[in-house]
Design a protein around this ligand. Structure first.
Ligand code: SF4
Length: 1018
């Protein structure tokens, strides 16, 4: 039976029945009640009325294409059904394990025989029709014809677009701007970007491209242009706002080998969910992870507990809902660990295994370094590093410097591979050959010491959860052997100091020994074959550049190697602090710190900024600060956005390049997310691009833009003779297909696929627009390729990735103590970070506790995703907006009572960083922790159709033509801007030029520390 734990007062305790009732009431309150318009009613009654008679995929007059969805980042397969060259509907791909509960149909099944089979996709995917045909899509290139951000553009020709961006010049003199705008050409120099600091690299780094929604395929294509052809190090992804916090926990756990691990939804018997919205979002998505858990829950095969300040929809099935204080997941996890150690509930037999072979012998696929010794003597030069054989010897060999040490049963040090097991929980002294003794401790002992720094009662206070609940969850979690694991996502660590919280959460699975086990904590199984090698060498080309220097986000950069550090040190100081934080211990696209680096021109300035499907003003907590950055022509001399519409950020761009949607392009090869599975899906467009075309008949899109820029600038890697074949022939790269289809051929060849049957080949040639490129390949290669294309990829099922109980594609080792982390210093203080767990609260860059600083703002804002939306662009999803026309500010019943608020009332939320605040409608609910307000993303747009934009020649620029334009430009639809965007009150850091708050260790943007006052609003 579901147990809802006590919160602050007995009055808050609700039982399962009340809870479900509360959820239903809340769903109604937050807009689940459908629109009352007659049109909407008609659509609900007869869905076909919306788009006409829905095509059946077995009808003769339809085309069917198997592909990969990009309604969100979950990478499900899809089946695109097209009639009269118009997309009519989307369903799932039965070959793809994400659409078939991990058990796809046999891969060799003839394609035509599968067309009648049902296969699910989620609501977001069904809304693809409204997305691709959105009338406010731009289909022609735009150039700014007013001040940045003023919302004035004009259509320009493709040739003008390419020429001006390539060459720069007095591009806006007609607007009274006298400056010379730098073109991309000005970045093609190997001269140092800062002659005083060679470590920063060349002037090529003054070109930066920040990418929003991006997947493999386009990612590699963009890298080819930015890194290998231009030679800039600044292709910056957006992993930080996507969910860097939980990834950093896994990054620390796996020594950087993997960032995504999750509980196995098909095999686990108990899943502890931290900040992962398993029935509404996540990757794998709703069709996959949530469906597997719900199905197995219904059969009584799995239990799960949700640790989250908000009870997501899955909470109706959860064993417990644990409404932790935002940003305190680590305290809850460390409280559990303390209880597990004190009550002998850790899997000590597993943790005592000292090396991989020993672990394998006992039926595990991965070992931990729990027994490995760390030098624990503050005066020792190797303090904080692992004890290696060399540390005890006077004349060590090179090999001795690599071998870790453990303690045998008599507490004598010996190489870690000497025995199968070693002492687990021990602090000791060891003597080196020179007679010096010093203290050492096992990784486990150091972790335990850190955990025992606080009592269970203190952890209870920190996380706001009663001790009894921490114990109950710990007891539950440790009652399923290796069939228990955590599933953590965005909420578990996306705040400052989130690395340590997520590290503690990740370690729970290791402490029960479920890492790499069926039903346990698993990575993804990876790709079936490589895209870059095979018949075609897509990785190398004559003249390929190798980027040098430091990213403008400072990701991976070492501050101690900079001229800034040396200069500060030479003036008698320690060299610290750096001007902004450096992040030598992190992995992911740090888009927020890239934007802040651009704003502060630190460590160098950006001349040319390309943004791709990236909307930082809307999507970043505190992103409103970047309006100032993007408006500033000194800080961003040239800004080019590549996108399908005009959003809150590219409103400030100098040029907007029209792009295609994933139904018309976005070729790519998509490997599984964690957990488990091994496959390669391929994205295959079903429509010819709806954008305009170049004089040589190429569609306006990202690839055409980059190719034509490369040709204009004579960059290597593009044009004729750009791709080497295995037969010494050279092939062109003049179109998107020149690149992607050769990558697909490599994958098919690498996977050793058979040649497609005549029927499957005919299926591709009849249905797939890309078949027009068939002459690129020999008959033999084309038919091999068709075997994959016809099925939308290469797939196997869940059952193929295990050998008995162990995962075949996992990692070898995880750590309780991370040496690299222990050796990393904060570039702001010079202090070392802890190599093992640590309880830390969210802090700003000065190290001050944010909650204490903002205590006059009593409520903490948390955010979440709804099942019908992705982050920002699904305001163009017609059904989603019809079902949920606006979002609400969720306030707990008890808080609402104290404030005298009722559902539907309008309130203003003010934060310390945005005193003017934002407004929205309240939904009073029991599904959120008292003291918190919950706001979904997706709403509160000011652009993407919500407001008019002046566009000269608009009728030719927007897909809807005259229907969405008046004499001044494109019209606005206020309904597209309904609701509230929580990022507009995001906390800024006054210590860092008032830029958005980020974690100083890893660059994690903070989604959980903004505090607000709630006031009634007129
Ligand atoms: S979860 Fe839905 S939108 Fe996301 S990839 Fe899967 S089907 Fe597409």
């Amino acid at each position: 039976m579901t147990e809802i734990i006590k919160q602050n007062t007995p009055a808050d305790t609700i039982d399962r029945r009340q809870f479900i009732k509360g959820t239903a009431a809340t769903m109604a309150a937050i807009g689940f009640t459908p629109s009352s318009s007659a049109e909407a009613e008609e659509r609900r009654r007869i869905p076909e009325a919306h788009y006409g008679q829905t095509a059946n995929q077995t009808d003769d007059d339809v085309r069917v294409v198997h592909s990969v969805c990009l309604g969100c980042n979950a990478r499900c397969g899809n089946r695109q059904v097209v009639r009269n060259n118009r997309l009519e509907k989307i369903s799932g791909n039965p070959y793809h394990p994400y659409n078939s509960m991990g058990k796809p149909i046999h891969y060799d099944t003839p394609v035509e025989s599968t067309l009648h089979l049902p296969s699910p996709v989620c609501g977001k995917a069904h809304d693809a029709v409204g997305y691709v045909y959105n009338k406010r899509r731009i289909i022609k290139p735009l150039k700014r014809c007013g001040e940045r951000g003023e919302g004035k553009f004009e259509e320009i020709s493709w040739e003008q677009l390419i020429r001006e961006i390539a060459q720069g010049g007095r591009l806006f003199s007609h607007l009274g701007e006298t400056r010379d705008v730098p073109g991309l050409e000005s970045c093609l120099s190997d001269a140092l970007i800062d002659p005083k600091d060679p470590k920063l690299g060349s002037k090529r780094n003054s070109f930066a491209m920040i990418t929003g929604r991006l997947q493999s395929g386009r990612s590699e294509f963009i890298d080819r242009f930015v890194k290998s052809s231009i030679g800039s190090i600044n292709r910056i992804g957006h992993t930080d706002i996507c969910g860097l916090g939980f990834r950093m926990g896994n990054f620390a756990l796996t020594e950087g080998k993997q960032v995504e691990l999750k509980a196995d939804p098909w095999g686990a018997e108990y899943i502890l969910v931290f900040g992962a919205n398993i029935y509404e979002a996540l990757q794998p998505g709703i069709n996959t992870y949530g469906a597997a858990v719900a199905d197995r829950y219904a059969k009584g095969e799995v239990k799960f507990t949700i640790v989250d300040p908000r009870a997501q929809n899955a909470a109706v099935h959860s064993h417990d809902w644990v409404p932790v204080i935002p940003g305190r997941d680590g305290a809850f996890a460390m409280g559990m660990i303390r209880w597990m150690i004190e009550n002998n509930r850790c899997n000590t037999a597993y943790l005592s295994l000292a090396h991989l072979d020993a672990a394998k012998k006992k039926g595990f696929s991965c070992y931990s370094n729990a027994t490995h010794l760390v030098i624990d003597e503050p005066d020792h030069p190797g303090y904080g590093q692992f004890l290696r054989v060399a540390d005890l010897q006077s004349n060590p060999t090179e090999n001795d410097k690599t071998i870790f040490m453990v303690l045998d049963d008599d507490a004598h040090p010996l190489p870690y591979t000497a025995n199968e097991t070693a002492l687990l929980d021990r602090e000791a002294s060891v003597m080196a050959e020179d007679g010096k003794t010093f203290k050492v401790a096992t990784s486990f002992a150091l972790m335990k010491r850190a955990v025992f720094a606080h009592t269970l009662g203190e952890y209870s206070t920190f996380c706001g959860i009663p001790e009894a609940q921490i114990i109950k969850t710990a007891r539950d979690f440790t009652s399923y052997g290796t069939k228990a694991a955590v599933c953590q996502y965005h909420g578990a660590g996306n705040y400052t100091n989130g690395t340590y919280a997520a590290f503690a959460v990740a370690l729970l699975s290791v402490l029960v020994g479920s890492i790499g086990m069926k039903g346990g904590y698993l990575t993804g199984g990876g790709a079936v074959a490589s895209w870059k090698n095979g018949e075609y060498d897509l990785n190398n080309f004559p003249g390929k550049k190798k980027p040098t220097g430091v990213k403008i986000s400072r990701e991976g950069g070492k501050y101690e190697e900079t001229a800034e550090f040396a200069a500060k040190k030479s003036q008698g100081g320690t060299g610290y602090p750096s001007h902004r934080p450096w992040f030598s211990f992190t992995r992911g696209g740090l888009s927020v710190e890239a934007m802040s680096g651009i704003d502060e021109q630190y460590p160098y300035g950006c001349k040319v900024l390309f943004t791709y499907f990236y909307n930082p003003v809307y999507s970043t907590p505190g992103g409103y600060r970047y309006r100032e950055t993007l408006r500033n022509r000194e800080k961003v001399p040239l800004h080019v956005s590549i996108d399908i519409g005009i959003n809150e950020s590219n409103l400030y761009a100098d040029y907007i390049v029209p792009d295609v949607t994933y139904l018309e392009g976005h070729y790519g090869w998509l490997n599984p997310h964690a957990p488990a599975l091994k496959f390669t899906g391929v994205r295959i467009p079903c429509l010819e691009p709806l954008t305009g075309r170049t004089p040589d008949n190429k569609p306006f899109c990202l690839e055409t833009f980059l190719i034509d820029l490369a040709l204009a600038l004579k960059l290597p890697g593009f044009g004729d003779n750009a791709i080497a074949g295995s037969n010494d022939a050279m092939y062109p790269l003049n179109t998107a297909e020149d690149f992607y289809l050769r990558a697909y051929a490599n994958i098919a060849q690498g996977a050793n696929l058979p040649q497609a049957s005549k029927e499957d080949t005919r299926f591709v040639e009849k249905n797939y627009p890309l078949a027009r490129n068939r002459t690129m390949f020999s008959d033999q290669h084309w038919r091999q390729l068709c075997h994959m294309l016809a099925r939308g990829g290469i797939f196997t099922g869940y059952d193929t990735v295990f050998s008995r109980e162990t995962f075949l594609h996992g990692i070898d080792r995880v750590v309780l103590y991370n040496e690299k982390l222990a050796k990393t210093r904060s570039s702001l203080t010079g202090k070392r970070f802890s190599g093992t767990l640590q309880y830390l609260t969210p802090e700003d860059a000065s190290g001050k506790n944010i909650a204490q600083q903002d205590q006059d703002y009593p409520f903490t804002v948390i955010t979440y995703k709804m099942h019908v939306h992705t982050q920002s662009r699904t305001t163009w999803h017609r059904y989603a907006m019809e079902l949920f026309p606006e979002n609400f500010i969720q306030v707990n019943t008890q808080d609402a009572k104290a404030l005298g608020l009722q559902s539907g009332e309008k309130v203003r939320l003010r934060s310390v960083s945005n005193p003017a605040g934002i407004t929205g409608k309240v939904a009073v609910t029991q599904v959120i922790r008292p003291g918190c307000v919950g706001i979904s993303f997706h709403y509160g747009h000011s652009q993407l159709g919500a407001s008019p934009v002046l566009v000269v020649g608009a009728k030719d620029v927007f897909l809807g033509g005259p229907e969405v334009c008046d004499k001044d430009g494109v019209t606005g639809v206020p309904a597209l801007g309904a609701g509230t965007n929580p990022n507009l009150i995001g906390r800024l850091d006054a210590n860092m030029a008032n830029t958005p708050l980020v974690d100083v260790l890893a660059g994690i943007p903070d989604f959980s520390s903004t505090r607000v006052k709630i006031e009634k609003s007129a």
